[in-house]
Design a protein around this ligand. Structure first.
Ligand SMILES: [Zn+2]
Length: 94
């Protein structure tokens, strides 16, 4: 199991399979930022379906997909978080 701190509040455990899925979403361009704290993710299996990941006021990420409702984590949320930290690193010139 891998643990990723969802911003500052909580640590949610998830499988490395989910992490690989998240990396896949990023590599294939299936997740894009559409607003400051909102990411839009296309379904890997069904291009007509999509998910939305948003950063809440308490700085935790939530996703509208069923997987997230069930497990409190999903590949979309992980991908959004990875993109977010990559963006931060870029801004800081790392
Ligand atoms: Zn999701």
């Amino acid at each position: 199991m891998v643990e990723l701190e969802l911003m500052t509040k909580k640590t949610v455990p998830f499988s490395s399979t989910l992490l690989e899925k998240a990396e896949g979403l990023i590599q294939t361009g299936k997740i894009v930022r559409i607003a400051e704290d909102v990411y839009y993710a296309k379904s890997v299996h069904d291009p007509t379906r999509y998910s939305m990941v948003k950063k809440a006021d308490d700085l935790t990420w939530t996703c509208v997909c069923r997987g997230f409702q069930r497990r409190k984590i999903c590949s979309h949320a992980i991908a959004a978080l990875m993109l977010e930290s990559a963006e931060k690193a870029r801004l800081m010139g790392v």
